[in-house]
Write a protein that binds this ligand. Structure first.
Ligand code: SF4
Ligand code: SF4
Length: 186
């Protein structure tokens, strides 16, 4: 009796296409939104390290000067945090899972030489600008200090001259004050 319960489904299956596929002969169709693996548009990366800091597996590393970004794909759990956090939106989750392998190791992506050269030039320009600004600040500070010193010196000389003038006036008035009283009795 129990077999009759499944008979309708069994009959129906005879006329339906198989639910399995002929993988790997026929490539697997990944469903929309599936988490496969992380890919990077390396030339857009600014090397901020946000993805490195947010990765729960510590599988990423970045070198801003060398323009490299590395991932150990066997450590990645495809959580997608790095994709969410990247400020330049240069990371994305691509379809297709990590190919199995016998050894762990990281894959390194390097920026194109043109982008690296442009970034190096920008760094040098920024450094030159910062050095020029620093020099200008130092010179302005020196000039201000010299002006203040000159003003102080001028103020001191003026006060000395004033003091000397006062002393001269006192000396000029002294004869009247010092006159002896006339002798009395004549
Ligand atoms: S997907 Fe998750 S585990 Fe993989 S690199 Fe990004 S943050 Fe790390
Ligand atoms: S978060 Fe994005 S821009 Fe920053 S280092 Fe990672 S990949 Fe590059």
């Amino acid at each position: 009796m129990g077999i009759l319960k499944y008979a309708p489904q069994a009959l129906k299956n005879l006329f339906l296409p198989p639910v399995t596929t002929s993988y790997p002969a026929v490539p697997f169709e990944y469903p929309e939104g599936s988490r496969g693996h992380i890919e990077i548009d390396i030339d857009d990366c600014i090397g901020c390290g946000m993805c490195v800091r947010c990765c729960p597996c510590g599988t990423l590393s970045v070198d801003r000067i060398k323009g490299t970004w590395s991932i150990d794909r066997f450590d990645c759990i495809a959580c997608g945090f790095c994709v969410e956090k990247c400020p330049k939106k240069c990371l994305h989750m691509a379809k297709g899972y990590q190919t199995p392998g016998g050894e762990k190791g990281s894959v390194t992506y390097t920026k194109s030489p043109e982008v690296l050269a442009a970034e190096e030039q920008k760094r040098q320009e920024a450094a030159a600008k910062a050095a020029a600004a620093k020099k200008a600040r130092e010179e302005a500070a020196k000039k201000k200090a010299a002006e203040e010193a000159a003003a102080q010196a001028a103020g001191g000389a003026g006060a000395a001259a004033q003091a000397a003038g006062g002393a001269g006036a006192a000396a000029a008035g002294a004869p009247d004050a010092g006159k002896a009283a006339p002798a009395g009795g004549v």
